[in-house]
Structure formats: C-alpha cells, structure tokens
Design a protein around this ligand. Structure first.
Ligand code: HEC
Ligand code: HEC
Length: 296
C-alpha cells in the first residue's frame, strides 16, 4: 500500500512540477514579462512614429530581427545617440546614415533602463515569443506633395506655426517653443531647436511622423489629447519646405550688407553738416564772455 503511493507520487512528479510551474510562474519569468511590457510602452511612445516591428519600413528601418544583425552594446549605443556612434566612425552606422539620409534618428529622450526594456521588447517580438501576430498599427501616413507646395498650404502652415490660426484640437502654437528664421513670421521661442532647415534634415515623411507622434517629452506633454490633424500636418510640412527656401534667399546678404552700411554712413557724414550749416559755431555763453572781455 505504502509502496504503491510512493510509486504514484514518483510517477506523477514531473506532471505535478509542470502544473505548479504553470500555476505559479517563477518570479524570474514574471519580472521578464514586466520588462517586456514596459518596453512595449516605451516603443509605442518613443519609437513607433518612425519604426515598425515586422510591418515594413517607415521613416526608419523595420526593426524585426535587428538583434540578429547587431550586438546588444551596439544597439544600446545607437538608440542612446545614433549621431555619436556615427561620429566614432562606426561602419554600420555610416551605412545606415547613408541609406536613410537626410533623416537622422534623434538622440533618445529615454533612460538607460528604458533602452534595455525597449530592446527586450523588440527582441521578444522578433523571436515570436510574445504575441507576434499582434503587429502594432503603423501611424497614419500623411501624403505630402514633394515639390513645390501650394501657396495656400504654405500660408495656412505659417499661420498655424505662429498661432494666428488655432489648431482644430486646440494644441499650442509651435512658435511657443520653436523659431524659424525666414524673415516673414514673428520669431518664435528658443526653448527647442530652430526649425528653419528641418525640412531638408528630415524630409516630408520624417517631419510628418514627428509632428503626428513626437518622440520628445516636451512635445508629448503639449499635444496629448490635442493631436494635430493630418491636414494641419500637411500644411505645416508645406510651410517648412518653403521657409527653408525663403531663409536661403533672404539671409544671404554677404558683403553687400557691409558695403551698403559703410556707404550709408559716409553719406550721412556729408549730409548732416550741410543741413545744419547755419547752426551756431560756439556756445551762447562764449559770446557773452567775449563781450565782457572787450568792455574791460
Ligand atoms: C524620428 C524618427 C525616429 C525615431 C523616433 C526613432 N528612430 Fe530609430 N531610426 C530612425 C532612422 C532614420 C534610422 C536609420 C539610421 C539613421 O539614419 O539614423 C533608425 C535606425 C534605428 C536602429 C538601427 C536599425 C538597424 O538596422 O541597425 C535601431 C536599433 C533603432 N533605430 C531603434 C530605435 C528605437 C528603440 C527608438 C525609440 C526609442 C527609435 N529608434 C526611434 C528614425 C527614428
Ligand atoms: C512645449 C514646447 C514645444 C512645442 C509647443 C512644440 N515643440 Fe517641437 N520640439 C520641442 C522639443 C523640446 C523638441 C526636442 C528637440 C530639442 O531639444 O530642441 C522638439 C523637436 C521638434 C522637432 C525635431 C527637430 C529636430 O531637429 O530634431 C520637430 C520637427 C518639431 N519639434 C516640430 C514641431 C511642430 C511642427 C510644432 C507645432 C505643431 C512643435 N514642434 C511644437 C518642443 C516643442
């Protein structure tokens, strides 16, 4: 009897172990899952504007299987600052920059821990352990005509940029934080980078993605719940495209500005003595003083 019980117990031991493992997953696995889902959050907030995992190229490359091509330290460094990895002369970064020019991946606004989490999430999506069928929806692509934008769109974009027109969902005007030096609009804030040449740096696709879902905390705070609409994005992109051209043609005065200044100053030196040629040559007191001297 006792013998039989022990033999049952030993026979079923593996099954019992499996069942208890399934019912009470080990803390290690739980912690891993928490990291992966934290990573998914980071991805949706900071990366999905430009990357998909398995749904094709957006502004940046599809990140599926990126761990098969790159080492973990390379990935960490690239996500932290793609630019500085490129500057260090890394060949893979150089090839990527050439392929995706003019768009350069912005330096990350996230912590080292979040970088670890998002890479773990990308890895788990690539190997299909997490629900691989659940492909995150790509952000709505905004189609923007490449060359030359309509005057109407440019004007609307300029008005939106500087807050003369309100955004449909009442987000703040861009010039609260950004400036553009094109000589036609009220110069903007200097909290964030100047956007004068942003069009040639990012192209229409990169710009649209960033405005639709900015990977920068300050902009996310400003536009949560107040998204900029697709039509507004198209106008803004059109404005940036023309602003760059205006800035080039209006700010490049070169030496001409210096010479016209010198000639103007010389002309004034000649003109003023002529206009005031009848003015008194010395002070009034001087003539009284001279008269006093003479009577003595
Ligand atoms: C504004 C667009 C943009 C955002 C946001 C962005 N990336 Fe990128 N990413 C790019 C571009 C463009 C490239 C191609 C290289 C280049 O030109 O900088 C790239 C390249 C990469 C690569 C290298 C891919 C390869 O094939 O080796 C990785 C990894 C990567 N990004 C991860 C991320 C992660 C993680 C995030 C979020 C934290 C992120 N990116 C956010 C635009 C972006
Ligand atoms: C609350 C302040 C704020 C507002 C409002 C704002 N931005 Fe930004 N924006 C930022 C910050 C901060 C960055 C990150 C880059 C930096 O540090 O300057 C940024 C980055 C960008 C970039 C990337 C620039 C680059 O060279 O990397 C673009 C493009 C951009 N913003 C466009 C816009 C547009 C278009 C609007 C209006 C719809 C807007 N922003 C409104 C704060 C703001």
């Amino acid at each position: 009897m006792k013998n039989k019980l022990t033999s049952i117990a030993t026979n079923y031991l593996p099954q019992v172990c499996w069942i208890s493992l399934l019912l009470f997953p080990s803390p290690v696995i739980l912690a891993q899952q928490a990291e992966v889902s934290a990573g998914e959050q980071v991805f949706q907030t900071y990366c999905a504007a430009c990357h998909s995992i398995g749904a094709g190229r957006l502004v940046g490359p599809d990140l599926i299987g990126v761990h098969d091509k790159r080492t973990q330290p390379w990935l960490e460094q690239f996500v932290k600052s793609a630019q500085s990895l490129f500057d260090s002369g890394d060949a893979d970064a150089a090839a990527l920059f050439a392929e995706y020019s003019p768009m350069v991946m912005p330096n990350s606004a996230i912590s080292d821990q979040q970088i670890g989490q998002v890479l773990l999430y990308i890895q788990s999506r690539s190997s299909g352990t997490a629900d691989a069928g659940n492909v995150s929806p790509a952000p709505a692509a905004v189609s923007v005509a490449a060359a030359p934008p309509s005057m109407q769109a440019v004007a609307r974009g300029a008005d939106l940029f500087q807050g003369r027109d309100r955004f449909e969902n009442s987000g703040p005007a861009c010039n609260a934080c950004h400036g553009v030096r094109d000589g036609t609009i009220t110069s903007g804030g200097s909290l964030a980078v100047d956007l004068t040449s942003v069009y040639s740096r990012m192209g229409a696709a990169g710009l649209s993605a960033i405005i639709a879902q900015a990977p920068f905390p300050a902009m996310q705070v400003a536009y949560t719940g107040k998204p900029v609409t697709a039509g507004e994005i198209a106008s803004l992109v059109a404005y940036f495209q023309s602003a760059e051209v205006n800035a080039q043609s209006s700010t490049n005065y070169g030496l001409g500005l210096l010479f016209s200044g010198l000639v103007g100053a010389a002309a004034l030196f000649v003109l003023f003595p002529f206009i005031w040629r009848n003015r008194k040559k010395e002070s009034v007191n001087q003539s009284i003083y001279d008269r006093q001297n003479r009577t003595e």
